[in-house]
Design a protein around this ligand. Structure first.
Ligand code: ATP
Ligand code: MG
Length: 367
């Protein structure tokens, strides 16, 4: 997959941007705070309809302006099309493909696949489970539209059930609908667990080899899936998982009513990363953390390729400056396939990238 061109209006610090890119390596360079990450963020937004660092879409709109516009021209093996996002402070955002409005963000799934690696990815190893769930969700949503739908449905149900559990004391009639919500949450939850388990299995096959190479054969990385404790086989068919989730919910019913919150479900899942048998979250060094996070991202890119036959666009934000020479060489060797965007602060790093196309960014504009 190739992002041929990008047009921005009032996105972050860009009043206007137009760029046409190489199908190979594109280097975006410039000093700090000029708009390099903003550019990658715009590309990732066209892919996932979300930003890795903005909680709300309005953060993406230029200060003092009401609306923002992002448009990309995408080329896949068999077609060329446009993707557009129109953001507005006062109204709902609009996503369009070839000028036709999409009803849900889920319809973007698999349309433009990207894998983004950014400095915040250290959190992938270090922080709580929510960050790792987000990584899983972002990947699987791009590969499986049905997963994106299930996830959106689960979130709606979760919010509703949370309200029931919070307010049932004052409004006991709310409890009449609890069983119905439990059933629907178990149904969508079973699908989510099933998809996550399969993705983690693939990730668990691809990541260790990358990490081993990366660490010069010194470290062994392993992945695991922590989900609802009573699910005996997360790889099983959703129907089997559903039975176990329902039984689990039943045994938790009283505790949930007392705690007034949802106590278990795939919203608490974790992707466990072990380095030499120890939980990376607690024991990994800074360098190991970085290497493990990058290995996960590169592995997800390989899975995308195996699944779709096309390399997703790789967005590498500030990855080189964080690595020593050996590891930089390793990354650059590993990313020969597909289209790649790399940001860095200095022009000199380009010499190693062959015939890369370069974009010098200053103050939200191409120089
Ligand atoms: P670094 O090398 O430090 O990572 P960068 O080139 O990646 O820098 P960006 O993160 O892209 O820099 O941000 C560039 C500038 O965009 C920042 O100075 C920031 O204040 C500005 N900015 C962020 N959001 C908005 C917005 N909504 N409107 C206008 N400017 C914004
Ligand atoms: Mg940046």
């Amino acid at each position: 997959m190739i992002l041929r061109s990008l047009t921005l209006d009032f996105f972050r610090n860009y009043p206007h941007f137009e760029g046409t890119f190489s199908p190979g390596v594109n280097v975006i360079w410039g000093e700090n705070a000029q708009g390099k990450t903003n550019l990658l963020e715009a590309m990732a937004y066209l892919s996932t309809a979300s930003s890795h660092r903005a909680r709300y879409d309005k953060e993406l709109i230029q200060f003092g302006v009401d609306h923002a516009f992002v448009k990309g021209e995408v080329e896949t093996r068999d077609r060329t099309f446009t993707l557009e996002a129109r953001l507005s402070r006062g109204a709902r955002r609009q996503l369009l493909s070839n000028g036709v409005k999409l009803k849900t963000a889920g319809e973007l799934a698999g349309v433009l696949n990207t894998v983004l690696f950014c400095p915040e990815d250290l959190w992938l190893i270090r922080e709580g489970a929510a960050v790792r769930r987000r990584f899983l969700d972002t990947c699987i949503c791009q590969l499986r539209p049905r997963y994106a739908e299930a996830l959106a449905e689960y979130r709606r149900l979760y919010e509703h059930k949370t309200r029931i559990l919070r307010d049932w004391g004052e409004h006991p009639s709310l409890l009449d609908t609890l069983d119905e919500f439990n059933l629907r949450m178990a149904q969508t939850g079973a699908l989510i667990i099933h998809y996550r388990a399969h993705f983690i299995r693939r990730l668990g096959e691809a990541t260790p080899a990358i990490h081993r190479d990366f660490s010069g054969g010194r470290e062994e990385l392993e992945l695991g899936y922590e989900t609802v404790s009573t699910v005996t086989d997360p790889l099983a068919q959703p129907r089997a998982i559903l039975e176990e989730l329902l039984a689990h919910q039943q045994s938790h019913r009283r505790a949930e009513l007392e705690a007034r919150q949802c106590l278990s479900g795939p919203h608490k899942d974790d992707l466990v990363v072990l380095l030499d048998g120890l939980r990376a979250r607690q024991f990994a060094s800074q360098g190991q953390t970085r290497t493990a996070a990058l290995s996960l991202k590169l592995a997800s890119r390989e899975i995308f390729f195996q699944e779709t036959g096309e390399w997703p666009v790789l967005l590498l934000d500030d990855v080189l400056s964080e690595l020593d020479g050996k590891r930089q060489e390793y990354v650059l060797k590993r990313i020969t396939n597909g289209q790649i965007f790399i940001t860095c602060c200095e022009e000199m790093e380009l010499s190693r990238l062959g015939d890369a196309r370069t974009f010098h960014i200053r103050g939200g504009a191409l120089v």
